[in-house]
Write a protein that binds this ligand. Structure first.
Ligand code: SAH
Length: 399
């Protein structure tokens, strides 16, 4: 696929980099598009909501954050109610989820001391979104971090909703000559050969555009793939996210050393899969991945088996993944929706029913989105997860 000629700042920077270094990996392309300091998609804009490019569960309904608040309160209680605990959210967006969670936590008479124990830490790379989070969480003491390396010691809860799907992935393709890495390069397409966006190219000039290419085959790629996919048929594409795996490992190591639990919610695979899922979304519609970099969100399905494998290398237990629909129903979304409807206007009643459906229905977010929990040794199976779901560490869960 070849993208049309572009002249956006993000395109210019990526094109320069390719001219200097040669073709870049899909992971480098994603990082350039999403989080490069000046023009990254998340760095300057605010992509969420009906007027933005996509909508996330906490932006659909307060019920999402409220039920997650209950889950953490229950887990805290099962830990013996520590007097202080870090509550770390990764990629908090507008801060809506944390704000709903904290409001619920202040209203739980059954778990005295819970809300007072919470020390809020947000891992956020975008200055624009940090500002939004500050507004949403005014009145709460909050510490921001670039990554997990600066987190304080002590028992910790981690929460990540639609964070892992934004982390860069590499793509590997089974070509006739063997496993190759998919790369992004520049093609110099003569103007007029295809429609262009019209800027700065007199007729006859070459109009550069981005396109995919393949690296030479390499035996070393096989070691990066789950064993069950190494013999995949020609044309298969396998995605791996080294950054996602390293986040999962760091979270699990922190939990093992300090105690606590993590809740990871995202759309993703539950078995290793040889299909590409990288997608661009703009104004709630799919967009070509290499076109107008920076103007659309880029994300990929989360590889849950890879996260579990990395987490269990640290001495951590994993639970699930279960579907978001099952998770929210087990925590009582039906009852909560009913309560809210009782006090709502006619319009609110319709909204609440629509939101409940959107979050839980099989053809909406209920099945595609999965929930994975990680717990430190000694904690019981957390609420909403089937009792036999805990994996012991060191089991080969990758295939
Ligand atoms: N959790 C929010 C937002 C999800 S969008 C919600 O459910 O609404 C992804 C979030 O992760 C954004 O806040 C984005 O700025 C942040 N993010 C993306 N890549 C990141 C990275 N590499 N490090 C830290 N934060 C990142």
């Amino acid at each position: 696929m070849t993208a049309r000629k572009e002249s956006s700042p993000a395109f210019a920077r990526i094109a320069n980099r390719i001219r200097l270094e040669g073709a870049i990996t899909v992971a480098d392309y994603m990082a350039e598009v999403l989080i490069s300091p000046k023009h990254g998609y998340y760095m300057a804009g605010e992509p969420f909501g009906t007027k933005g490019d996509f909508i996330t569960a906490p932006e659909i309904s307060q019920m999402f954050g409220e039920l997650i608040g209950l889950w953490f309160a229950d887990t805290w209680y099962n830990m013996g109610g520590p007097t202080t605990i870090n509550l770390v959210e990764l990629g908090p967006g507008r801060g809506t989820l944390m704000s709903d969670l904290l409001r619920t936590a202040t209203m739980l008479p059954g778990v005295p001391g819970f809300v007072q124990s919470l020390q809020i830490h947000l891992v956020e790379i975008s200055p624009t979104l940090r500002k939004k989070q500050k507004e949403a969480l005014a009145g709460y003491p909050v510490t921001w971090h670039e990554d997990l390396s600066s987190l304080p010691e002590g028992p910790t809860f981690f929460l990540a909703n639609e964070f892992f799907d934004a982390l860069p992935i590499r793509q590997f393709e089974r070509a006739p000559q063997g496993w190759c890495e998919r790369l992004v390069t520049l093609s110099d397409t003569p103007t007029g050969a295809e429609e262009t966006t019209g800027a700065e190219s007199p007729a006859g000039d070459v109009s550069p555009s981005l396109q995919f290419t393949l690296s030479p085959p390499s035996k070393a790629i096989e070691t990066l793939l789950p064993s069950c996919l190494r013999e995949a048929a020609e044309g298969a594409i396998v995605e791996r996210s080294p950054l996602a795996s390293s986040y999962a490992h760091e979270i699990a190591t922190h939990l093992d050393e300090q105690g606590g639990a993590a809740l990871i919610i995202d759309y993703g695979w539950i078995t290793p899969t040889a299909r590409p899922s990288l997608q661009a979304v703009r104004a709630h519609k799919y967009h070509p991945v290499l076109e107008q970099p920076g103007a659309a969100d880029l994300s990929a399905l989360v590889d849950f088996p890879a996260l579990i494998e990395s987490a269990e290398k640290a001495r951590c237990k994993s639970h699930g993944p279960i579907t978001q629909g099952d998770f929210l129903r087990a925590l009582g979304i039906e009852q909560r929706a009913e309560m809210l409807r009782r006090n709502g206007s006619d319009a609110q009643v319709l909204d609440i029913t629509a939101a409940e459906h959107r979050l839980t229905a099989l053809d909406q977010m209920g099945e595609l989105f999965k929930v994975l929990a990680l717990t430190s040794q000694g904690l019981p199976t957390p609420a909403a997860f089937p009792k036999a779901s805990g994996h012991e560490h060191n089991k080969d869960t990758s295939c």
